[in-house]
Design a protein around this ligand. Structure first.
Ligand code: PDD
Length: 297
């Protein structure tokens, strides 16, 4: 794919270099916008319906007018994946409030904008090892509507930057020592064979992958507690992992420089993270079966 891939902007398919929005688009001025990120595997949109449902909830919660192409998002996304020849891709769907004079508070007459951009991503490999990351604990300074997927991501970006400065791959956010989630993923801890994750309330994004992991865990006999844990409890967990569209199931090997559970530098991750490893396997085999045939690199 060339750098100048074809995107979709409010009714038009055009190269990204030619797609422009007015300077008074409220998405640009005030971050008034909502979005979704959908993964494709072998050219197929994965879990599109739950993503569309969440997008609708985000529109409802922010009081944003639905764009007139809302019901065409699947067709638009499929067309972009095909036209850009990107069977393994991330589809970013963004709806912003529309353009209007900066001082006007009324939204009357504003026409929302829909932007869909497709980016290449790594080829799915069912046989690949579970990925891993290190995290640093960073205060969660976001607002109280984190269940709404808005484009207002400065706190997430700042948390990630803080983690990088601390020498970690990413941040594990906490509100007053209660772990909420990652910067772009949900967080799970495992203690004595049981899974714990923050309840799906207004302080986390209700991850599509989170819901899948919980379902797969329960179907396979694990106890899942949707109970918030403290930073101390995460540091004391046997296993910690992240879940997300771009993250899949990713083991967290260190928090604030401290090894999680039985993890050591030279260990085999699958041995010291047996439950996360199983969930990783359930998750990738689910994708493998959804795309018809298991793929290898
Ligand atoms: N992020 N929590 C946050 C803050 C997120 O931004 C995301 C997803 C998740 C996981 O949600 P899901 O399983 O539905 O992807 C949790 C996407 C990938 C992003 O913004 O890039």
């Amino acid at each position: 794919m060339s750098q100048d891939s074809i995107c979709y902007l409010s009714g038009k398919y055009l190269p990204k270099s030619q797609a422009t929005l007015p300077v008074e688009e409220r998405g640009l001025l005030f971050a008034e916008g909502v979005y979704e990120v959908v993964r494709t595997y072998a050219g197929q949109l994965y879990e599109m319906q739950p993503h569309l449902d969440r997008l609708q909830r985000s529109l409802n919660k922010t009081g944003m007018t639905a764009p007139k192409d809302l019901d065409q998002l699947t067709a638009i996304s499929e067309k972009l994946v095909a036209e850009n020849n990107l069977p393994e891709s991330l589809v970013y769907i963004q709806i912003t409030r529309g353009a209007g004079p900066r001082t006007v508070r009324s939204y009357e007459g504003l026409v929302p904008n829909t932007l869909v951009v497709v980016y290449p991503t790594t080829t799915f490999d069912e046989a690949a090892d579970m990925p891993s990351k290190t995290l640093a604990l960073v205060p969660d300074i976001r607002w109280h509507m984190c269940d709404t997927k808005t484009i207002m991501l400065m706190p997430n970006i700042a948390a990630g930057n803080q983690a990088t400065a601390l020498g970690a791959d990413d941040a594990l956010m906490h509100r007053n020592k209660i772990v909420t989630e990652g910067t772009a993923a949900n967080a799970f801890a495992i203690k004595n064979g049981e899974l714990f994750t923050h309840p799906a309330d207004n302080h986390i994004l209700h991850g599509i992958t989170r819901a899948t992991v919980i379902r797969l865990a329960r179907e396979n006999g694990f106890t899942v507690n949707e109970t918030a844990l403290t930073t101390e409890q995460f540091l004391d967990a046997d296993e910690v992992f992240l879940s997300g569209t771009t993250t899949h199931v990713t083991a967290v090997t260190k928090i604030d420089g401290q090894n999680v559970g039985a993890y050591t530098e030279n260990c085999a991750l699958a041995d010291v993270y047996p439950i996360a490893q199983k969930l990783h396997e359930f998750f990738v085999s689910r994708i493998g079966s959804l795309i018809g045939s298991p793929q290898t690199a």
